[in-house]
Design a protein around this ligand. Sequence first.
Ligand SMILES: C[S@@+](CC[C@H](N)C(=O)[O-])C[C@H]1O[C@@H](n2cnc3c(N)ncnc32)[C@H](O)[C@@H]1O
Length: 215
Amino acid sequence: MILYFEIAHYQTFSSVDRCCHFPLKSRVQFLREFLATPAVIGAVAPSSEELARTMVAGLDLRNARAVLEYGPGTGIVTDYIRRQIAPQTKLAAIEIHPRMAALFKQRHPDVPLFQDSAANARMICDYACMDFVDCVVSGLPWSTFSEPLQVKVLDETMRVLKPGGSFVTFAYIHGLALPTGKRFAGLLQKYFPVVSKSPVIWRNVPPALVYRCRR
Ligand SMILES: C[S@@+](CC[C@H](N)C(=O)[O-])C[C@H]1O[C@@H](n2cnc3c(N)ncnc32)[C@H](O)[C@@H]1O
């Protein structure tokens, strides 16, 4: 029911005006959305090219059959995913925020986007005819999430990620010392047998590192 409503809502995105200077407009809008809902957006600026590159580095995207992105925001990381996947690879994205979803659809009008929570990933994959996915690429602001939401999204991730599949996500370094950030790092160790961290990307705003996990 919820999904039906949100898919209907999603279909309206194609009417968004595309005649704009996208990068500047999206940066300004990103900041505006952060100021309005800081806990949902979780960052003052879109991810840098370096962070996006680091997110996809090491993923076997060329051989992936299906890829799922959580919280794509303006779609910068999606650019890097799309450069590597094969034409037949299924790619879908889940973005909860209506205006971020609209920005995403300006940049990636042909990528199926579900305006919904990543906490509904299994239901969304069923709807998108994706039984299991090879990679989940997450831009979610985990350190702003409650424990039940962190657990729920990770549970759903395990329901969609195939054995041996990859999960990548980033963390802003100021969030690593927060109880929520520490709890998320602990949960990753609990859910995934293999977890590694990239060096800090200092030129991202704010600086961030990437967690790479293998199921
Ligand atoms: C830090 S921003 C991602 C930035 C993105 N990499 C970019 O460069 O634009 C986090 C994104 O996650 C989305 N988000 C937050 N909670 C979510 C949830 N439960 N499910 C799906 N998306 C969510 C936010 O709306 C926001 O677009």
